[in-house]
Design a protein around this ligand. Structure first.
Ligand code: KMH
Ligand code: ZN
Length: 297
């Protein structure tokens, strides 16, 4: 090319920002919405959950987002079950353990705050009320503020769950009011495709990403149901991390139900490797999120 000083210089792109070197793969294996009777392979017992956690860690997941079920396989915020679960998963894996404070749409706000008593490394913190199918997932600002403060005091790293664009503004308000979360990092997760929340499209995801406060240090995304793969691809292409799991998606492909959570983790890990952003190890994930090491406590 005329005027080109060095033959290869024109293919050395120095104007594109480098993406994060690795990919945090989060697994959400159970959730609160699917009935065991409808999906017997859903991990609902402690033994099933621990087996799932071990398999997902081996497949590349570094953070597990946990909803606990009781002996009847129903969603539960029982403090004993929560403590036993945290302890068992902590003994069996090195994954960052995140407890859901969202629970099910039927859980009262006061009870959702008590989840922190179980001593997780991380907790979900949804940044606003959302229509959730025919139900309402309630997250009024005073509840969010209380959860934010309590997580700071207990040195638990929140993952800010954003179901809608307005949730980005609520995150801004929380940071302005209370400063940075414990550890100084701000990690968010876009949950797209919930009927009532932001659509599970790359365009909606990228609108959210562009609106994020400057304090955000990492973001992940998941798409519910059939938006699972497009959102994973869009997140990887845009510098985001991934959440997968049966909480969000019960079909591996059309007509092919998910049998095990680690199938979804393996596919996400493969995609991440293909995009030159291999799955983060649990130690890398702990450093990225600045979680407190509770493993020897
Ligand atoms: N089960 C949903 C109503 C969270 O874990 O924090 C709420 C949810 C979010 O799953
Ligand atoms: Zn959840």
């Amino acid at each position: 090319m005329p005027g080109m000083a060095n033959d290869a210089a024109h293919i050395k792109n120095v104007t594109t920002p480098s993406p994060p070197v690795g990919t945090l793969v989060i697994v959400a294996p159970t959730g609160a919405e699917t009935a065991k009777a409808d999906c017997p392979q859903l991990p609902t017992t402690l033994a099933e959950l621990v087996e799932t956690a071990v398999a997902c860690e081996a497949a590349g997941a570094a953070l597990i987002h946990i909803h606990v079920r009781n002996a009847q396989h129903l969603p539960s915020l029982d403090p004993v079950l929560l403590r036993e679960t945290v302890q068992a998963v902590r003994e069996a894996t090195s994954m960052v353990i995140q407890l859901s404070t969202g629970g099910s749409v039927h859980d009262p706000l006061e009870k959702r705050l008590t989840v922190l008593d179980a001593g997780p490394d991380s907790c979900s913190l949804t940044c606003g009320t959302t229509n959730f199918g025919d139900d309402v997932f309630l997250n009024p600002y005073p509840f969010m503020a209380q959860l934010y403060r309590q997580a700071q005091e207990r040195e638990i790293v929140p993952e800010f769950e954003l179901f809608d664009l307005g949730h980005v503004a609520a995150l801004r308000r929380l940071i302005d009011a209370f400063g940075l979360p414990y550890g100084g990092k701000v990690h968010v997760d876009f949950i797209t495709g919930v009927p009532g929340g932001m659509p599970g499209t790359p365009a909606a995801l990228l609108a959210g990403v562009q609106a994020l406060p400057a304090e955000v240090t990492s973001w992940a995304a998941t798409g519910i149901g059939r938006s699972h793969l497009p959102i994973a691809a869009a997140a990887l292409a845009s510098g985001g991390h991934l959440r997968v799991g049966m909480e969000d998606n019960l079909n591996f492909a059309k007509g092919r139900p998910v049998q095990r959570n680690d199938e979804l983790v393996s596919r996400a890990a493969d995609l991440a490797r293909l995009m030159q952003r291999p799955p983060l190890t649990t130690e890398q994930a702990r450093a990225m999120l600045s979680v407190k090491d509770r493993r020897t406590a």
